[in-house]
Design a protein around this ligand. Structure first.
Ligand SMILES: Nc1ncnc2c1ncn2[C@@H]1O[C@H](COP(=O)(O)OP(=O)(O)O)[C@@H](O)[C@H]1O
Ligand SMILES: [Mg+2]
Length: 365
């Protein structure tokens, strides 16, 4: 059996409109209700932030600080099998502090992969319909749990890429320093590409059965990782050298994993542009189920699942998605909704389901 992982207590201070919120979630289904604009997504954002060091809707964690405050603080008590730990995130425009049991972890990635969380929110449809960068981020998240160093390769690669482009633009394509950065890019970029390739394989293994299970009729899903660079560092270096003139002319690096794509197709047609909206939704759901499965496998624990805005009278398909996810995971789930009455869980005991109501950023009875 998978060891149990659950938040037992969450305290939020000064995050968006949440001045002071304290909840003690149950290990299974937690329903957060409230009208629009009252802080439901913010509460999920707080949970995501204290688990991953990131927000799923703000570019920078510092943006979440409540207007008029200097810092946002989130404290979570996490039950991880037999161990209980406290995770704390303190963020502000100039501060970022992440602590486990009061101590700074050796590396940020250690903190960010300690309590695995998967989020599903309305914007996720862009995973299928939006730019390739969103699919790269998904691959990177999968890679991070399996190979924590992949994040370092990515960071070092992107830093070297910016330096090289800068030199190219300022000093031209025969500047001597270029080779130093190209060597770095070749080494780190090849490692990143290899990690992404493995992440794509893992994701595909989980994605294909999930999609087949959820699709209404038999559809053929195609998934392929199309690298923008190569996993061979010698080839990578040579390609960078030969791309100098083009990269200067186009003001952007045209070779490398910054141009990776995870191509998705349904019955041979690109899902991004030619699948029906219903098919795109099922594929989005399947991608999330696949993320859940790969993170579960890497981490050896059932990830905590956050489902934002999942039920509305206008969109029964989203309500259906909740039940789909509840079948896919035995772990802790948080859902937000304007209509908790639409989420019927017959037979659920007090231990299985807890309901909260948010009004103007505070819990009300
Ligand atoms: N930095 C901030 N400080 C204070 N309030 C904020 C900040 N950012 C957003 N808000 C407000 O927080 C409220 C809660 O938003 P949100 O969590 O998205 O609500 P819900 O998901 O319930 O619709 C919104 O009314 C928004 O205007
Ligand atoms: Mg919301």
């Amino acid at each position: 059996m998978t060891p149990s992982l659950a938040l037992r207590r969450v305290s939020v201070r000064g995050l968006r409109n949440l001045a002071r919120v304290d909840i003690e979630p149950v290990p299974r289904l937690n329903v957060i209700a409230g009208d629009n604009g009252h802080g439901k997504t913010s509460l999920l954002e707080a949970i995501y932030l204290v688990s991953t060091t990131r927000s799923f809707r703000a570019e920078r964690a510092g943006e979440v600080v409540q207007t008029g405050q200097d810092l946002a603080t989130i404290i979570a008590t996490v039950q991880d099998g037999l161990v209980v730990r406290e995770q704390r995130a303190i963020v502000g425009p100039r501060v970022k502090s992440y602590l486990v049991d009061g101590k700074r972890p050796d590396r940020l990635v250690t903190f960010a992969t300690l309590t695995p969380v998967v989020v599903f929110h309305p914007g996720d449809l862009s995973l299928v319909t939006g730019p390739a960068s969103l699919r790269r981020t998904l691959l990177d998240r999968v890679a991070l749990f399996h190979e924590p160093t992949s994040g370092d390769h990515r960071q070092r690669f992107l830093r070297a890429l910016r330096e090289r482009q800068d030199i190219l633009e300022r000093k031209g394509s025969s500047a001597a320093e270029l080779s130093v950065y190209e060597e770095l890019m070749a080494r780190e970029g090849a490692l990143l590409a290899a990690a992404r390739e493995r992440a794509a394989e893992r994701l595909t293994e989980a994605l294909t059965p999930a999609f087949t299970r959820m699709a209404a009729r038999e559809l053929e899903l195609g998934v392929s990782y199309r690298p923008g660079g190569t996993t061979d560092s010698d080839q990578f270096g040579a390609a960078l050298f030969s791309h100098r003139a083009a990269d200067l002319r186009r003001h952007t690096a045209t070779f490398g994993p910054q141009r990776d794509e995870l191509e998705l197709s349904i019955d041979g047609r690109p899902a991004r542009t030619q699948a029906s909206q219903g098919q795109q939704r099922v594929l989005t759901l399947a991608l999330k189920v696949a993320e859940l499965a790969t993170v579960r496998a890497a981490r050896g624990a059932e990830p905590i699942l956050l489902l934002d805005d999942v039920s509305s009278e206008l969109d029964p398909a989203r309500t259906g998605a909740v039940y789909e996810f509840l079948r896919e995971t035995s772990g802790q789930v948080f859902v937000t909704t304007t209509r908790p009455d639409l989420l019927v869980t017959p037979g659920a005991t007090i231990a299985d389901r807890a309901d909260w109501h948010l009004r103007d950023g505070a819990l009300v009875p």
